[in-house]
Design a protein around this ligand. Structure first.
Ligand code: UDP
Ligand code: MN
Length: 312
């Protein structure tokens, strides 16, 4: 009798597994977006959980799909010869970050084909926005770079998008400003995942230094100053690439934005002061001893002649 019961149970189990597999395949094939795909997989896993009692590993997977915080990566970008090369490089860095959501804001009137195609080809989770820098704020060809704020309009547009589309308490994640011309080690994104409020780290090749970095008090391990090539006494002498913020803080402080009114070179410092104090910064990258991002700048190419038929 026992033997018969056992066989019956096994048959039932096999039947259940086959039905579930068919169901998963059907559901996955019939879903059209990545979000729909994940939610279908979750539903199917829940079905398993209900019928079969999931193993701890399966339970963990189910929980992880719900809980994994998203890194919202904000990239302002504008047209010039190197734009496609820059965006290709950073999109391929982001392909190594499973929980990245790439918010790309073009400095233009309308979304361009070049950027639309590039971000859709990347297969990343993306949001594509536009925000044009007003002509009077735009850097002229002969102006030195420090003369104008760059990326103000675009970063603010991305912040509004986050505030309009995400919900405090429900959506969990981090916000990082990833300029299109810097170079990034994927390890940086694992560091960002450790942030409670505001995390900071060194940035290579910036401000006339080989590296700019927060300086830690050897006793407390907290930030007590900065090594920076320019005004190290700023409240936060940190480059845009040198910090990331918990999404909750961005959503809680709706007024925290960038502004043309800020003193030149003070965008980062004034923006950070909405959220925290020097003492409360969280030093990452092995207590600010490792460099995972470089403030590189691509040389402007000299193009003497254009071969037609290519989008470079
Ligand atoms: N940027 C922009 N419009 C501009 C100039 C810059 O959208 O007119 C973007 C640029 O693509 C980059 C960010 O703003 O992602 C910062 O600009 P840049 O790298 O020139 O600044 P810097 O390295 O000098 O801080
Ligand atoms: Mn740059």
């Amino acid at each position: 009798m026992d033997h018969l019961e056992n066989r019956k149970f096994k048959k039932y189990l096999i039947y259940l597994i086959i039905v579930s597999c068919v169901l998963i395949t059907w559901k996955v094939l019939s879903s059209d977006s990545e979000e729909a795909y994940i939610s279908e997989v979750k539903e199917c896993l829940k079905l398993f959980q209900y019928k079969l009692q999931l193993t701890p590993l399966q339970n963990m997977l189910l929980k992880k799909l719900d809980d994994i915080p998203i890194i919202y990566v904000i990239t302002p970008t504008y047209y010039r010869y190197v734009q496609k090369a820059e965006l290709t490089r950073i999109s391929q860095t982001l392909m190594l970050v499973p929980n990245a959501h790439w918010v790309v804001i073009e400095d233009s009137e309308e979304r361009t084909k070049l950027v639309s195609n590039l971000i859709s080809d990347s297969g990343l989770k993306t949001t594509h926005l536009v925000a044009k820098t007003p002509p009077f704020e735009k850097l002229k060809a002969k102006d030195p770079r420090w003369k104008r704020h760059r990326g103000v309009e675009q970063r603010n547009k991305a912040l509004s998008w986050l505030r309009d589309n995400l919900q405090l308490g429900k959506d969990k994640g981090f916000v990082y400003f990833m300029d299109d011309d810097n170079a990034y080690n994927v390890k940086l994104f694992s560091e960002i995942m450790k942030i409670k409020k505001v995390g900071v780290w060194p940035v290579g090749l910036v401000g006339g230094f080989n590296v700019e970095t927060p300086v830690l008090d050897p006793g407390t391990g907290k930030v007590n100053g900065y090594k920076s090539g320019w005004k190290p006494n700023r409240p936060f002498a940190i480059d845009m690439a040198g910090f990331a913020i918990n999404l909750d803080l961005i959503l809680e402080n709706a007024k925290a934005n960038f502004s043309y009114k800020m003193e030149k070179g003070f965008q980062e410092s004034q923006f950070l002061s909405y959220f925290t104090t020097k003492e409360n910064l969280e030093p990452l990258a092995d207590n600010c001893t490792k460099v995972y991002v470089w403030h590189t700048r691509t040389e402007k190419p000299v193009v003497k002649s254009e071969v037609s038929g290519y989008e470079v």
